[in-house]
Design a protein around this ligand. Sequence first.
Ligand code: IPM
Ligand code: MG
Length: 358
Amino acid sequence: MEYSIALLKGDGIGVEIVDSAVEVLTRVGEIYGHIFNFTPYLIGGTAIDETGEPLPKETVDGCLASDSVLLGAVGGPRWDDMPGDKRPEKALLGIRYALGLYTNLRPAKLFPALKGASPLREDIVGAGFDIMIVRELTGGIYFGDRGYREGKFGREAFDTEAYSITEIERIGKAAFDIARKRSKRVTSIDKANVLETSRLWRRTMHALAERYPDVEYRDMLVDNAAMQLVRDPEQFDVIVTSNMFGDILSDEASQITGSIGMLASASLGDTTRGMYEPIHGSAPDIAGQDKANPIATILSAAMMLRYSFGLSAEADSIEAAVDNVLNSGARTADILGTCDGVPIGCRAMTEKVVAALE
Ligand code: IPM
Ligand code: MG
């Protein structure tokens, strides 16, 4: 088969890590007889520099015309003083919205080889954990009304959170459907003791849970969830939560796996076109130095094969290659943990994964 993939490399290490994933996909194509056609488009700070806009129309059109989208990372200190609607991050929110990608899957799995890199004590890590965070991606406070107004203490800034039953139901369904393919447990995370949106969230999830009697359901308040994730991560299977809580908890979940440099993500909507990206940022401090860990982006490419193209054997082969390379002891600096040894760079790690593909 032939597939068209839009590449949004973005800023900082985004360029190196997307190049790595392209090499891996190309090799998978050779092995399994697929053709992947890649077309790069501008996004983020680089797009601001070249066009004045963080998300040029050509980029949105290009993504809409492709079968799927692979994204690196956006942002950097160079653009930090831009006004809110011109920041590189705005482009990320904008492209997710433009493509209708309301479901964000962020798997946080402990690779056995990386146990030593987890900041959690060995007795807490135990047999490991495998959590799927399902984050709502196109609603809530990241998309609500915002601005400035006169308040009790003078001029104030405000952001608003709004969720409709429709938005909560569709993300809830995605979570329950995924749980059915895993160990059938859903934890919905909210702040229903304070927020009205969370109370609607909880009521809607409860109604949905009744339609999935085979799935074990529970609610948890977000502050408690932040604590439980580091106290006993194994208790979680599928977590479903709002845009902001999912943003925060997925960083926490990634760190307990040993490194944020390992975690992939898939953003999906109602079509098979998805956007796949590492959950980490553009790491401007190490950009262009061949120090970045390409694994999160490589695993994101594997998720693309699985979720957008239905190529599960090909996706499995990428995941197995990453496993093998880690088991062989190869480490980039971020996952060195307590291991002694010399870290390898982004290029060397990529070559190892490509060589391990079969
Ligand atoms: C993420 C990032 C983005 C988000 C930012 C850069 C807009 O933190 O993908 O988690 O909040 O979604
Ligand atoms: Mg984030």
